[in-house]
Ligand binder design. Structure first.
Ligand SMILES: C[S@@+](CC[C@H](N)C(=O)[O-])C[C@H]1O[C@@H](n2cnc3c(N)ncnc32)[C@H](O)[C@@H]1O
Length: 315
């Protein structure tokens, strides 16, 4: 894990336009900060998707077209704290569906917390956590031959570029069977005055979340990042519907990283791209799905039409 982390960091910081992979945000501190982000007044995404899950639970379940007596696997990619999924799990178990819940997450801490919380609140639900990168586990999905419903919520897909999302969904589809379902949570394209504050809250939590990546590299890779030497700098291009987060170096500086054995130089004003948050509409999604085996069979939106959960059918 550490070797992979060091390799990814070196690859990203050696590019002309420096990058760091967003999956490394989620250590214990990052998990806690993300839970705080979800509660922020500016972070509409979680509230909107939660509204869909609480007010349209029966419609969501009906769209799965699962039969009460036929066992299925409910797989969640990047489950996090599973707060929205809990509503669904509760309703499915009340209606006597036969299923196991398989949350996948790169953060062992997030999985442990999720398992403990489900054990307390929904002990009747069978939980089988899977620790790892969801890109790596796509191949193992087809090891079981049971019908599958995959959840990919919270606009996690938005952390991929369009070609990456297309390739990811192609691979996922290739490992599922005809009739399996994917519930895909997407943040919808909307004006900058709504989107940008979600990535630049007044209380500075998103900033701490981004800067935490520097603390993590210092702790785990023996790096010498000065966390005060970088500022959180989000941008949103309304025409493209793409938000990006950067760490901007506020001075000329050099950083050594013991795990890579290298020194990285930063100019004043130079940016490290840490996260992309792509926003969607029907056309963007249709283009991404064009080369995959999925088609859209239903769309659930919140009252403000800020967020959509698309139910995709594996053809
Ligand atoms: C933005 S949070 C969303 C959590 C949850 N799905 C929700 O909608 O609230 C992203 C979650 O995905 C996990 N994650 C990010 N990249 C991952 C990857 N490549 N493989 C597995 N999990 C990943 C993180 O640890 C985190 O728990």
């Amino acid at each position: 894990m550490i070797e992979q982390f060091a390799k990814n960091v070196d690859a990203g910081l050696s590019k002309a336009e420096k990058t760091l992979p967003s999956k490394y945000f989620y250590d214990k501190n990052g998990d806690e900060l993300f839970v705080e982000i979800m509660k922020m007044p500016e972070y509409y995404l979680t509230r909107c998707e939660m509204e869909i899950f609480t007010t349209q639970t029966d419609e969501l379940i009906a769209s799965f077209q699962a039969h009460k007596n036929d066992y299925f696997e409910l797989i969640e990619l990047g489950a996090g704290d599973g707060s929205k999924t809990r509503t669904l799990l509760e309703a499915l178990s009340k209606k006597d569906y036969q299923f196991d819940y398989l949350p996948v997450d790169i953060s062992q801490n997030a999985l442990d917390q999720l398992q403990q919380s489900l054990q307390r609140h929904l002990p009747q639900v069978s939980v089988v956590p899977k620790h790892g990168d969801y890109f790596d586990m796509l191949g193992s999905v087809k090891d079981s031959h049971h019908p599958k419903i995959v959840l990919f919520l919270g606009s996690n897909i938005g952390n991929m570029t369009d070609p990456e999302a297309s390739e990811f969904l192609y691979q996922l589809g290739a490992n599922l069977s005809k009739g399996d379902k994917l519930l895909l949570g997407t943040d919808l394209i909307k004006p900058a005055d709504v989107v940008l504050p979600a990535y630049n809250d007044d209380s500075g939590i998103t900033s701490s979340f981004n800067i935490n990546l520097l603390h993590r590299m210092n702790a785990e890779l023996g790096a010498t990042f000065d966390p005060d030497g970088f500022v959180h700098a989000p941008e949103y291009n309304e025409n493209e519907g793409i938000a990006k987060s950067y760490l901007l170096s506020n001075k000329v500086q050099s950083v050594e990283i013991a795990a890579t054995g290298k020194t990285y130089n930063f100019q004043a004003g130079e940016k490290i791209h840490t996260e992309i948050s792509r926003k969607y509409d029907d056309q963007v999604l249709a283009k991404i799905l064009a080369k995959t085996d999925f088609s859209i069979s239903a769309k659930f939106t919140d009252k403000k039409n800020y967020f959509a959960d698309y139910l995709l059918n594996r053809n």
